[in-house]
Design a protein. Sequence first.
Length: 560
Amino acid sequence: MIQNKLYIFFILIIILFACAKQGYPPGGPVDKRPPYIISTEPKMDTTNVPVNTKIEIIFSEPVEHQSCEESIFITPFPGENIKYKWKRKKLTIQFSDELVVNRTYIITIGTGTKDRRNNPMKKSYSLAFSTGPELDIALIDGHIYGEAKVEGTQVWAYDLAENLEPDPSKHFPLYITQAGDDGYYNLSHLAFGMYRLFAVQDRDVNNKYDPEFDLLGVASKDISLTSSQIEAVGLNFQIALRDTTPPMLRTATAIDQHHIDLRFSEKLLPDSLSNTNNYFIQNELDTLNILEAYLDRQNPFLVHLMTDKHIADTTYYVHVKNANDLVGFQLEPDTISVNFNGSGVPDTLKPKFLTMEPPDSANNVPLDPDIHLLFSEIMDKKSIEKSLTIADTLDHIVKGNIEWQNGAHLTFLPEEDLNGETLYLIKLPVDSVYDFFGNPLADTLFEKRILTVNPDTLSEISGSIRDADSMAGGEFHLKAVPVKGPPYEIWVEKEGEYVFKDILPGIYTIRVFRDSDSSNNYSYGEAYPYKPAERFYVYPDSIKIRSRWPDEGENIVLPQ
């Protein structure tokens, strides 16, 4: 009996210690290490490789097969029916046809390759070897930039001796590589020749460029690689989603007996859309007079029309003469007109304040701001002009002028600079402000505030801007981009000095392009028919700016 009690006691002690033992949960710590390649066969830069060779690649750990196979690029393309065989960490690549004699091949394993815990390779890996006695030695490198994530974007190079007008939506490139998470790409071991390059974010992994789905970057020039010019360094791309279709007028809807909303298929430029003569509305008996028109700034798919009173349940026909999307395509001719039914509902909806710029409660506001106020509909301009006040906390009124961009958007322009490091209140008495039809503002209180910048904290960046192409023309557009906050932008008419004045302290990068087509925007170029992108440059050094400590001598040369 005593022995049984002692036995139970020892069992309880063992259980207690087992429960008290601490450490990692079953399976150990989470593995966040990216996979990488340990070795290959043939080894890097091997020559005289047999044309019937198999490629062996050994990873640091087992990887997910499909992600790896979709991230493998072999250039020049060795033919169809490539076979992939896996054995734990080893991948064997076997070609159905023999390789070409005296040809340098590059096999790139892209960053889409992931291990079994979904960790991607940090950088792409390129294996070069030759089936002849020598390796090709030419090289092109650079960076890819864009608003979206650029990691995994591919760079495609076409030999213009084989195809004078390559179309990336139809033709497979001679060479392919993939950018890393920092946007850097490297096309090495290229044969001498003339090349046209594109950066393609191949989202559906079908090895072709699909307009309006894949992001595309076009190089600013074709590249010639020769024995006397074996490198093209710093060929950069800006990728963007391209718009290849014109806008269409989708619907017209009567919101009430005085308001009509026109909905388009895509975002529109504001040009001409505030001109009431751009629209024509009629029923079987008469035309409907248009009082105001404007593009919705928060939803540029919408155009708002204010009209004379509709006849309820009567069919109207609205025609739009002109509308352009953000890249300049004009309205599709077959979709410039739609019908809608007139509304008998009176306008009793109270207008709303939508937003302002600078935003409410903004800090570090410049001393010479343009203050924009946006409302939900056409306002009674006189009621706002009489009631709007901007003052500091001591009730010192800011004198200025009001300009109306349209009936729902006003801009207040101070006559003099505001005081530094001062809180300003922007007020409207809501019971004295109305829309066009007399409805009072919906807000129960309208008091917005902005805090101006302390001018003693401001500094500047200056230097010179030059162009390595002496025959080029167009203004220079320079942008100083901080790590946090909005960028500063300036235009410089010609080569010479530039200065970013009154900028906040911080770390900046400078980007520049030359507006060779005088469009006032960066031109991304076209893949087919080919049109090169405008040249741009990213200053290689980050610039740290301190208060009251101007940074001089940041001289920039735009490459050819």
